[in-house]
Design a protein around this ligand. Sequence first.
Ligand code: PEP
Length: 252
Amino acid sequence: MKQKLVAGNWKMNGSLAANEALVQGIAQGLNAALAGQQAQVAVCVPAAYLSQVQQLTQGSAIELGAQDLSSYEQGAYTGEISAAMLQDFAVRFAIVGHSERRQYHAESDELVAVKAQRALSAGITPIVCVGETLAEREAGQTEAVVKRQLAAVIHTNGHCISEIVVAYEPVWAIGTGLTATPEQAQAVHAVLRAQLQAATSHADRVQILYGGSMNAANAAQLLSQPDIDGGLIGGAALKPADFLTIIAAAAR
Ligand code: PEP
């Protein structure tokens, strides 16, 4: 059975001391949260802390993720971090196309698709974020927007598409405390699943995560939806007790 994935996105938060306390808190509570059941757990950390968190998570079931990677392989791209560099730290996941990167760094659907391709060719699973803004939802464009964003990734990655993770993150729900209702989220997840089914016979094994103010109080209901295969968690991933409660809700 497909396990659920709970991935923390620390964004630009943390310090050597805070990271140590956070990872230790999660690691110490993980067995109790899983209670003999299964769920995948990852933390997507700022690049500066990959080495530290690689060491902190060693020997635990917590997998390491990055928050972005370069669309280039190597060379004169100051400030960029390549897939090969992430490989050096045994990174298992890389978020691509987070709405904060689409918005503040003008990342296009095509650039996000190439980043996913770079990750896949390095053996790193891209967590491809898609999601509509509030204006797009109000204009009835939700389905068209997420399908356009995912279509670019499918087009560039062909049969490898079954190796990605998708995260549906309505932009209006990220960091705002507003959450899509389980029904709203499920409706979009079903659209994404159908789009994947048209592209690959292995669509059922693709984990489609929900992200957007998922927290200890609302996780169980969201995660009980048939096409919600986990969560991409921002704010609540910085609090061990909350993150562990979400993991417990995902475990089965
Ligand atoms: C995110 O940044 O991916 C996210 C879902 O943030 P939050 O949970 O804080 O809304």
